[in-house]
Ligand binder design. Structure first.
Ligand code: GDP
Length: 381
């Protein structure tokens, strides 16, 4: 009996020891695999400071992050304005509200027209365009007439579209000879969204298949060059920048020079927008433009206007338009504006078409301006 017991114990011991040995062997296999994976990862991590090669290795380390992130595919231009239309339709935009109230009125009496006129003015449409719109609609719909909603809506749509003016050429002039890039200068007061717009426009052009280079000539604001570099890296656009406080014209020149060398289609040049004195501004922007034009013609000067700044923004825009030949307007922050009439006002005021609109802080929130989509958005269509 005790012999059987001893045999049983021996068998159990052998089995247990066998299991322990087997599990240890099994565990070693993955344990060996781990260092293999780590080894392939390890060299990518920054080496300890003591082992870093002196100066010579530094540029390689700096270039590495530019290659690392996968390039993004920007949204195609066509769908962007559709997004704006939806955004306008869903917002309580002052202009949209005025139009909605008029359409909802049972009777178009004097009080309704007065209220309509007041709301249009407070939506930054400007006195001239407001008078034109009210007079035109009164003539069409009748002073005391009851509005047939379909007729009223169509009349509003047509008159508003006429004010925004669908006949203006809103395309960006990016024509360029072989080996010479088109150059776009972005100008405007600081804070209006210039740098952001350069970044967004770069993406828009990349989406259209153009090769682009950024020139960070806003050397006044320390963060502007880094901001642009970050925008560019996401879509494979390089940025030429100078030291903080460097001469903006020299950075612009270097950027265009590089653009010629690399054979890019478009160089987008950001500028500083200090409104110190009109003469100072004129000197600075004039110099940037003159210097660029030693290498390539400036095909577009885009003035960035913040839609939320109303009359003040218009006054500042006027100063810029006096010192440089503005060829197109970019109206930013239309998403944050409770108004919207500014599109018509600024265009009238400066006699330059709105070519692009900023619809938000997102990377693809910049759209080629489309009057029809804009009006449809305002009318909630
Ligand atoms: P800059 O000084 O003219 O270069 O202005 P920035 O490009 O630095 O922009 C100033 C601020 O405006 C930033 O916070 C941007 O994100 C914001 N911004 C620019 N465009 C738009 C836009 O279309 N909509 C909104 N909501 N914000 C914008």
């Amino acid at each position: 009996m005790s012999t059987y017991l001893w045999v049983a114990i021996a068998v159990v011991v052998v089995v247990v020891v066998g299991l322990i040995v087997w599990s240890l062997v099994k565990r070693r296999e993955p344990a060996e695999a781990v260092p293999a994976v780590l080894e392939t990862v390890a060299p990518v991590a920054p080496p300890p400071a003591a082992e870093t090669e002196p100066e010579a290795e530094a540029p390689t380390a700096e270039e590495a992050p530019a290659e690392a992130p996968a390039l993004e595919t920007p949204e195609q231009p066509a769908s962007r304005m559709v997004r704006l239309r939806r955004r306008l339709a869903s917002s309580r935009n002052g202009l949209a509200r005025a139009l909605g109230d008029l359409l909802a009125a049972d009777k178009l009496d004097a009080a309704t027209w007065d209220a309509f006129e007041t709301t249009l003015l407070s939506a930054d449409l400007g006195v001239g365009p407001t008078t034109e719109l009210v007079d035109g609609l009164r003539a069409k719909l009748g002073v005391e007439g009851t509005s047939d909603p379909v007729v009223a809506r169509q009349a509003l749509h047509d008159d508003l579209l006429a004010l925004v003016d669908p006949t203006l050429d809103r395309s960006l002039n990016l024509a360029h000879a072989a080996g010479v890039p088109a150059v776009v200068m972005m100008v405007g007061v600081n804070g209006t969204g210039k740098t952001t717009t350069v970044g967004k426009l770069g993406r828009l052009l990349v989406a259209e298949g153009q090769t682009v280079l950024f020139g960070a000539a806003d050397t006044f604001r320390a963060a502007a060059a880094q901001q642009l570099t970050t925008w560019g890296e996401r879509v494979g656009v390089e940025t030429v920048s100078g030291a903080e406080g460097a001469d903006p014209a020299s950075v612009a020149y270097q950027a265009v020079e590089r653009g010629v060398k690399d054979g890019v289609d478009v160089v987008l040049v950001d500028t500083a927008g200090r409104l110190h004195t009109k003469v100072g501004l004129m000197d600075e922007l004039g110099k940037v433009k003159r210097v660029i034009e030693k290498l390539a013609p400036v095909t577009e000067v885009l003035l960035v206007v913040d839609a939320t700044t109303g009359q003040n923004g218009l006054a500042q825009a006027r100063i810029f338009a006096e010192v440089v030949d503005v060829t197109g307007l970019v109206l930013t922050k239309l998403d944050g504006s409770a108004k919207g009439g500014i599109v018509v006002a600024v265009q009238r005021e400066l006699n330059v078409p709105v070519k692009l609109v900023g619809l938000g802080e997102g990377v693809d929130d910049l759209a080629p301006f489309d009057p029809e989509q804009f009006v449809q958005g305002l009318l909630g269509e």
